[in-house]
Design a protein around this ligand. Sequence first.
Ligand code: ATP
Ligand code: MG
Length: 426
Amino acid sequence: MVIINIPRGTQDIMPEESRKWQYIEDELRNISQNFCYSEIRTPIFESTDLFARGVGDTTDIVQKEMYTFFDKSNRSLTLRPEGTAGVVRSYIENKLFAESIKPQKLFYIGPMFRYERKQKGRYRQFVQYGVEVIGEESPRIDAEVVSLAYNIYKSFGINNIKVNINSLGNPNERQEYNDALVKHFQPRINEFCDDCKNRLHKNPMRILDCKVDAHHELMSTAPKLLDFLGEESKAYFNEVLKHLDNLNVNYEVDSNLVRGLDYYTHTAFEIMIDNPEVELKTLCGGGRYNGLVELLGGPTGEKGIGFALSIERLLLALENENIKLPIDDSIDIFVVSMGDRAGEFSVKLTNNLRLNNFKVQNDYFDKKMKAQLKLADRYNSKYTIIIGDTELTENNVIVKDMSNFTQETVNIDNVLKYFEEKIGGK
Ligand code: ATP
Ligand code: MG
């Protein structure tokens, strides 16, 4: 029989690894709550049109990376390659713009799908956490979003990071800038890759984002977007930076930073691993997208900002800094039983303790005492309860504290109370 393997670019997260994922996801939910963001869950597939319009026809995502299929009714659907388009669609469809709290502060965690070349930290199914703040605009909001992303890494102990930040201005300023870029690149566009030749007229700013031609001399001499910003955009950007200074965020203005997505305006940022030896440095990307709500059919004037990071790259950053997550893989109690009556009773006691919120495992097979104790060890149990037929007749069990190997006899009626006192009421 031929063995069927996992699809390329995907991974099985095995129990030891999934503990890390759970820990990270719990932390992300926790910090989101502290910043007063609420979770939104949108479908894993959406109409293909949503991404074509919302992410942008000229982006790599839409042109090369989407998993698109037709369902049995011949609708074109796409596995979501990113989270923002779905969240904004939902914001409009569920009329969140009419809520009394504005802006709406949302976060999501879930799998995204892109047909990409597999490499370390780059998968075809990966999990993104992201936030979106939609409705109103303020430099304080931009600073909050950037500092939230930054502090997520800090809270895991990842210190070797840097925020690269830029302002993309408003659509008019971008247009002038794009015109200047066309002038700059056109005379020598033959020296660039085919993608860049296409980008020249469709979306010249994205030439600066090209990975193939990143070191071409025209890249460093290209006009700088910041020189095209008007007074208002400049003032907005400076205000954002002032707040970031106040919040002690380690940032650097990077005038060549343009995001791959078309709907970004004003603040754009990335968080990078600050280590020249690491190849895949980008951990997180985000920015303001004031045009998106309207582009997707929502009311005018609804402005938004957000970011997305992947848990795969967060794990890479942890690895890079040799950080071990404080994961407790112990259980509270292992129940050892010797004899038929004791075995039967152990099933009941285990169940009772579990229903009272203790982590408990017992032996299923009436193994020898030594084998059961070995299993208790494998489970890394804090306590072992030992039940023998003799103790049972006296309505007692023996409780062993595995941290110091002391043991005492406890009346069966007091077992629950005993553990509530020892391990803490849960
Ligand atoms: P890259 O330049 O690395 O392809 P991107 O611009 O496509 O990134 P975004 O769409 O901004 O990335 O997604 C936000 C974050 O999601 C990235 O900064 C990265 O950490 C992560 N990410 C993107 N693609 C993948 C992937 N295929 N596998 C794992 N993580 C990813
Ligand atoms: Mg990409």
